[in-house]
Design a protein around this ligand. Structure first.
Ligand code: NAD
Length: 271
């Protein structure tokens, strides 16, 4: 790995905080940028406890272009892992414009700031939601993309922006990671999934019921072809997923070219 720091947008969030740990484990220095819309500032102190050193965090909005330029000026950033986004599928149906603005405009502003700063390595957090109702399971990355929500649309649009920007300027080296259903937490128990808003994912809902913070959980569907008729899903441990982001960065360093990757639940690897 080469010198320089890694800008980690959304680094105080669920996946981002685990990516911060994975980067530190590889001797890489993250600079977290987060507006704490769905994370707590106390995460930073907890990351310092886990990594045993100071963790840099800039409180800023991904849409604040001046703040982005400022960060690139003040730190020797050499690559970016971009996780900052709105991610609740149901909410995206109610507030599509907010999702388009944060997720799509956020990426464009970030890439413009990166271009200005001469930084062209980017790992982008996409999602398996880009496949819609997958027709082929297991789903290959060549499967057609279909959006079934404004959130999914933003991920497809962002991937297209990345492709076209990369085609227009060969300096870009971009890793697009499509993943789904991360669960679990760092073994220290200091970080984990602790959203500010009502959780939308299954595991934090179960945890809230177990902790007595909520009374019940609703199970949707009873006629799937499974032993009890309810849905069955695969999950990936969030630390494996975090390691996948670092491997994507390593691959960009090694090859200097873009890649599309899946991080599946068998092991942390890039396909
Ligand atoms: P999260 O909400 O815990 O993390 C996102 C972080 O981004 C939060 O800390 C939030 O405060 C920050 N953020 C949001 N809007 C921002 C803005 N305008 N400016 C700066 N920071 C902002 O979510 P997560 O589960 O850690 O997801 C991280 C990324 O992974 C997202 O891009 C999401 O779409 C993607 N993803 C998540 C899942 C999943 O199931 N959790 C699956 C596939 C992809």
């Amino acid at each position: 790995m080469t010198d320089g720091q890694i800008l980690l947008t959304g680094g105080a969030g669920y996946i981002g905080s685990h990516v911060a740990v994975a980067l530190a484990e590889q001797g890489l220095t993250p600079v977290i940028l987060d507006n704490f819309t769905n994370a707590k500032p106390s995460v930073i102190g907890r990351l310092e406890q886990i990594t045993g050193g100071p963790v840099t965090c800039e409180e800023a909005d991904i849409l604040d272009r001046a703040a982005l330029d400022d960060v690139f000026t003040r730190y020797p950033i050499r690559a970016v892992i971009h996780l900052a986004a709105l991610k609740a599928v149901g909410e995206s149906v109610e507030r599509p414009l907010d999702y388009f603005q944060t997720n799509i405009s956020g990426l464009i502003g970030l890439m413009q700031a990166m271009t200005k700063a001469n930084v062209f390595q980017l790992v982008f957090s996409s999602s398996a939601t880009v496949y819609g109702e997958a027709q082929i399971v297991p789903t290959p990355e060549t499967a057609p993309l279909r959006h079934t929500s404004p959130y999914a649309y933003t991920k497809i649009a962002c991937e297209q922006i990345l492709e076209q920007a990369g085609a227009a300027d060969s300096r870009w080296a971009i890793g697009r990671l499509r993943y789904f259903n991360p669960v679990g937490a760092h073994p220290s128990g200091l970080i984990g999934e602790d959203p500010n808003q009502r959780p939308n994912n299954l595991m934090p809902l179960i945890a809230k019921v177990a902790a007595g913070e909520m009374t019940e959980i609703q199970v949707f569907g009873d006629d799937y072809p499974t032993p009890d008729g309810t849905g069955v899903r695969d999950y990936i441990h969030v630390s494996d997923l975090a390691e996948g982001h670092v491997k994507s960065l390593t691959a960009l360093d090694a090859t200097g070219t873009s890649h599309l990757g899946s991080v599946d639940n068998q092991d942390s690897h890039l396909i």
